[in-house]
Design a protein around this ligand. Structure first.
Ligand code: 13P
Length: 259
C-alpha cells in the first residue's frame, strides 16, 4: 500500500517566532496520533525557518522539507541554497518546480529535472510539481501538458528513484484561488500520471509512486479528494498555516488510510 503524504508548503510566510509556534502546534496536535507509516507529514517552511522548525519537530515522525534548491553542491551562485546545505540543516524532502517558481522565476522542466537528480544524489526526497494553467485546461491540452512535464522532469531517473519520489499535481488555476479541482478532475490527471509512470517504469513502480494533489485543499474538501484511488495525499498551501486546518486535513488522510 502506498502511504498518504500530507505536506505543508508555507511559501513566503512566517518568521522565526511564528514558524516555531506553527510547527509546535502541528506537532502537539499530532501527538499520539498517526504515528504510523500510513500517513506521513512534511513541513516545508522558508529557508531561514528550517532550523527552528527542525528543533520543534525533533524526535517526531514529521519530515522537514525545503521549497526549492539549486542543482549544484557549492560555488559562486550568490543567493542560492544547495542540497548538501539542506541535508545539513535536517531536511528530508524538497519541493521542486512549484508553479510559482515556474511562473515568477522562469523555471523549466530541464532545470527541474537537474534538481531532481541532485536531490537523489543527496538523499533528499523530491516533491516534483506539475500542473496546467487555466488557459491550457480551457484549450483542452491538460493531458499533453502534464505528460510533457512528467516525462521531462523524470528524465534519466531510475525506477528505484521514482518509487521514492513524490509527484504533486497542482493545477495552476486552483492554487490560492479557493477553486479546487473536483475529485473527478484530480483523479483523471492522477490516473494519467500513474499510467505514464507505468509505461516508463512498469506497474510496480507506478503502484509505489506517491501522487499528491495541491490547490485549495481545505478540511471540507480533503476527504473527497483523498477518497480518489490515485490521490495519495496533498501539498497544502494556505491551510497549512493554520494548525487546526492542517491537522484536520491530516485526519482526513488518516481516516482514508484506515489508521
Ligand atoms: P493553496 O493550498 O494555498 O491553494 O496552495 C497550494 C500550493 O501551491 C501548495 O504547494
Amino acid at each position: 500500500m502506498r502511504p498518504y503524504v500530507v505536506a505543508g508548503n508555507w511559501k513566503l510566510n512566517t518568521d522565526v517566532k511564528s514558524a516555531a509556534e506553527l510547527a509546535m502546534g502541528i506537532r502537539d496536535g499530532m501527538q499520539g496520533r498517526h504515528r504510523d507509516d500510513a500517513v506521513r507529514v512534511v513541513l516545508c517552511p522558508p529557508y531561514p525557518m528550517l532550523g527552528v522548525v527542525r528543533d520543534a519537530i525533533a524526535g517526531t515522525v514529521i519530515g522537514l522539507g525545503a521549497q526549492n534548491m539549486y542543482p549544484e553542491d557549492s560555488g559562486a551562485y550568490t543567493g542560492e541554497v544547495s542540497a548538501p546545505m539542506l541535508r545539513s540543516v535536517g531536511c528530508t524532502h524538497v519541493i521542486l518546480g512549484h508553479s510559482e517558481r515556474r511562473q515568477y522565476f522562469n523555471e523549466r522542466d530541464a532545470f527541474i529535472n537537474k534538481k531532481a537528480h541532485q536531490a537523489f544524489a543527496h538523499d533528499l526526497v523530491p516533491i516534483v510539481c506539475v500542473g496546467e494553467t487555466l488557459e491550457q485546461r480551457e484549450a483542452g491540452v491538460t493531458s499533453s501538458v502534464i505528460d510533457i512535464q512528467v516525462r521531462q522532469c523524470l528524465a534519466g531517473l531510475t525506477a528505484e528513484q521514482v518509487r521514492r519520489m513524490i509527484i504533486a499535481y497542482e493545477p495552476v488555476w486552483a492554487i490560492g484561488t479557493g477553486r479546487t479541482a473536483t475529485p473527478g478532475q484530480a483523479q483523471e490527471v492522477h490516473a494519467a500520471i500513474r499510467a505514464l509512470a507505468a509505461e516508463l517504469y512498469g506497474d510496480e513502480t507506478a503502484d509505489a509512486l506517491v501522487i499528491q494533489y495541491g490547490g485549495s485543499v481545505k478540511p471540507d474538501n480533503a476527504a473527497d479528494l483523498f477518497m480518489q484511488e490515485d490521490v495519495d495525499g496533498g501539498l497544502i498551501g494556505g491551510a497549512s498555516l493554520k494548525p487546526d486546518q492542517f491537522l484536520a486535513i491530516i485526519a482526513a488522510a488518516a481516516e482514508r488510510s484506515g489508521s
